[in-house]
Write a protein that binds this ligand. Structure first.
Ligand SMILES: NC(=O)c1ccc[n+]([C@@H]2O[C@H](COP(=O)([O-])OP(=O)(O)OC[C@H]3O[C@@H](n4cnc5c(N)ncnc54)[C@H](O)[C@@H]3O)[C@@H](O)[C@H]2O)c1
Length: 272
């Protein structure tokens, strides 16, 4: 622990979705660690294992194995390992999404049935599948967190089927919160502004989206994984013990804006 006030001391959390040190999951993990949490990570496949293991070591965290959410046996294995190592779980961080890159450009209407199913399964259903396993390991005071984007609420260029998947994910946060609330387990989401990560690089014109947010958000900038991380940490800590079913925006205020900032430069200039 370095510099934190220790609000996460004694809490043990599973972080799913670290791909590298630019991942939002990594920002959340760092913040939880700084506040005293004990962490465990999963990775998706051998290529990412090489990145995740050294990062986990940096935080003195455990690595509980490979998890591909399309393979339920790997989810079961990870939760069995968490149970074996810790016996229980205080919080869960789900930062997992996928869609075919070819359909994250152009028109939503072109979405194929196959990619629709795959995107909704990985980006939305996986949170429910994981919550089913996590519930069994949690006591009252447990907390679950997922990551969403404003493209769930409003049309965004190129976000397409991911917007539909995130809308379903946000609805599932509310349903899971209602299911798990009587057991004292909370379920929330952070709606992060655009950040340059591996997943985001698959979205068409992403640089343009970043620039637009920078010029038009109330804070006139974009956000960092550390800023998302601190809010994520708050939502899985006892500080937010009265909060559940919430979609908390960490987007420099962009979601309150209804029109282009008149002082922002011309759009064609902003695209460069
Ligand atoms: N970057 C942004 O602008 C932004 C904004 C809002 C929300 N989000 C969301 O944040 C979350 C994390 O994304 P990120 O931007 O940090 O990118 P990232 O590429 O660092 O993380 C995405 C993660 O999803 C995992 N994943 C994909 N398919 C999987 C599968 N089948 N099984 C297991 N894991 C799988 C990858 O391994 C990776 O670790 C995603 O839900 C994303 O939609 C991102």
């Amino acid at each position: 622990m370095s510099g934190g006030s220790g609000v996460m001391k004694g809490r043990r959390g599973l972080v799913m979705g670290v791909a590298n040190n630019r991942s939002i999951a990594w920002g959340i993990a760092k913040s939880c660690h700084e506040q005293g949490a004990e962490l465990a990570f999963t990775y998706q496949g051998e290529a990412l294992e090489k990145r995740v293991r050294p990062l986990a070591a940096e935080l003195g965290a455990a690595v509980v194995g490979h998890c591909d959410v399309t393979d339920p046996a790997t989810i079961d294995q990870v939760f069995e390992e968490v149970k074996r190592v810790w016996g229980g779980l205080d919080f869960l961080v789900h930062c997992i999404a996928f869609s075919d890159k070819d359909e994250l450009t152009g028109r939503y209407i072109e979405t194929s049935a196959d990619n629709f199913s795959k995107s909704l399964f990985i980006s939305c259903y996986s949170f429910t599948a994981i919550a089913q396993r996590a519930e069994k390991l949690m006591q009252p005071g447990g907390a679950m967190l997922t990551l969403t984007y404003y493209g769930a609420e409003k049309w965004m260029p190129h976000y397409n089927v991911m917007g539909v998947a995130k809308a379903a994910l946000e609805a599932s946060v509310r349903y899971l919160a209602a299911d798990l609330g009587p057991n004292g387990i909370r379920v929330n989401a952070v709606s992060a502004g655009p950040i340059k990560t591996l997943a985001a690089s698959g979205i068409g014109d992403f640089r343009y989206i970043l620039k637009w947010n920078e010029l038009n958000s109330p804070l006139r900038r974009t956000v960092t994984i550390e800023e998302v991380g601190d809010v994520g940490m708050y939502l899985v800590s006892d500080l937010s013990r009265g909060v559940t079913g919430e979609i908390h925006h960490v987007d420099a205020g962009y979601h309150v804006v209804g029109m282009k900032n008149p002082d922002a430069p011309d759009l064609t200039l902003a695209k460069d």
